[in-house]
Design a protein. Structure first.
Length: 405
């Protein structure tokens, strides 16, 4: 279904091509029909066979079925800011905020903004504009696509007080920097790289002894510890260690919609919530609906993928390869990764169907688009992030791609 202007634009373009003599006049209708978009949104659903669980270019976490249903329900008029019993205005997003409080009892205050970067900007603006943020040189990270945390923080008018070195920072470095200008100490989780060798960093528990608020950017949105990701910091542990505020993303290991979480001290969170900038960072009803459903519902697809048993992935890969009679397809063991969203360096045993590299383009541009990863001249379709009910669709896509290439 397309609106009139969209159809008209396509027809006009086809007529223009005919005027330029690129196509014959009698081909205008066919050319226009061929150029019509498949739907009013150009975003396409894709099959993530890359083996990267949280792929930023693929929209990070896919929503769970209950979150999708909640988004659809909230899309119309909804009681997002109204109490239906009293008929009066109610706190916006109270359901999602309550669900966050239940999920992280250590957080007396909770607030939600558009993404992790927005959460940091709000904290820096409200607590440190015109003052200093103390941060280790080893934690001045680039998030991705050229965006750097130091530049983001300085854009708020806060000054960065860098301490320590790239590989080692001690409690005494922080202690020497604390002064009347300190807004807060920032602890950033290096979520997309690993430093090894002669290194040391200071724990939140030790930083919390210095008498100024500690803000911890844990990145991934892991709310409580999970044995699958032993090195990944979580919100509950970080708050219990003494952080005044934790910031995190909603669409990484939380497995929900793009959002930024601010969890922690009730008074601090209230200051952030009342800051004028908060209004510019507020989330819409769709995000609130998806976030609440993710928190209250069954484990989202991100965790289903993280917990998938290698033996089962192997069986699926073998079945898929068997279904590809005339294609050069082999079953191969691979290492999947969590991705930019967390747990850098961690590899998850996984299984893939290995195909000729030339199938990468036709698979990517087919329907549905299937994205694998190319390794040593072969295209690997890693099944860890592929929902099992899509295996048949993937087999059909591979057969079609093999025929046409
Ligand atoms: C991902 C990440 C961010 C940015 O979060 P967005 O939700 O992408 O804005 C900030 N800090 C850390 C440590 C991260 O991992």
């Amino acid at each position: 279904m397309l609106g009139r202007p969209a159809v008209k634009a396509v027809v006009n373009a086809a007529q223009e091509r005919a005027r330029r003599g690129e196509i014959a006049p009698e081909e205008v209708a066919n050319a226009a029909a061929a150029a019509l978009p498949q739907g009013p949104s150009s975003l396409r659903g894709v099959v993530n066979a890359t083996g990267v669980v949280l792929h930023t270019n693929l929209g990070r976490a896919p929503l769970s079925p209950v979150a999708i249903a909640a988004v659809v329900k909230a899309a119309g008029h909804t009681d997002v800011e109204l109490d239906l019993t009293t008929g009066r205005r109610a706190r916006r997003g109270r359901g999602a905020l309550d669900a966050l409080r239940v999920a992280v009892p250590a957080a007396a205050g909770v607030h939600v903004v558009n993404n992790g970067a927005a959460a940091l900007v709000l904290a820096a603006t409200a607590l440190a504009a015109g003052r200093e943020i103390i941060v280790s040189r080893g934690e001045l990270v680039e998030i991705g696509d050229g965006f750097r945390l130091p530049a983001l923080l300085e854009s708020t008018g806060a000054r960065l007080r860098e301490v320590g070195t790239t590989n080692r920072t001690a409690l005494a470095d922080y202690a020497a920097a604390v002064g009347p200008d300190t807004g807060f100490i920032l602890k950033v989780h290096p979520s997309n790289f690993v430093v090894s060798g002669f290194t040391s960093a200071v724990d939140v528990a030790d930083l919390a002894t210095l008498g100024v608020p500690v803000v911890a950017d844990i990145g991934s949105g892991l709310l409580a510890p999970d044995p699958l990701l032993p090195d990944e910091p979580d919100a509950a542990t970080t708050l219990n260690a003494g952080a005044a505020l934790v910031t995190a993303s909603g669409d990484k290991l939380l497995g929900g919609p793009q959002a930024g979480l601010l969890l922690g001290d009730a008074d601090l969170v209230e200051r952030l919530r009342r800051h004028p900038l908060a209004r510019a960072l507020r989330v819409d009803k769709l995000t609130l609906a998806a976030l609440e459903a993710t928190l209250r519902g069954p484990e989202p697809p991100t965790w289903v993928a993280l917990r998938a048993a290698p033996a089962q992935l192997r069986v699926r890969a073998e079945r898929l390869a068997d279904a590809l009679d005339d294609v050069d397809a082999e079953v191969t063991r691979t290492a999947a990764v969590v991705g930019g969203g967390g747990a850098p360096g961690l590899e998850l045993e996984s299984w893939a169907v290995s195909l000729p590299e030339r199938l990468a383009l036709p698979l990517r541009t087919g329907e549905p688009p299937v994205l694998g990863r190319v390794e040593r001249g072969r295209l690997l379709l890693d099944l860890r992030c592929v929902p099992p009910d899509l295996d048949d669709a993937v087999a059909a896509a591979v057969r079609k791609a093999a025929c046409t290439s």
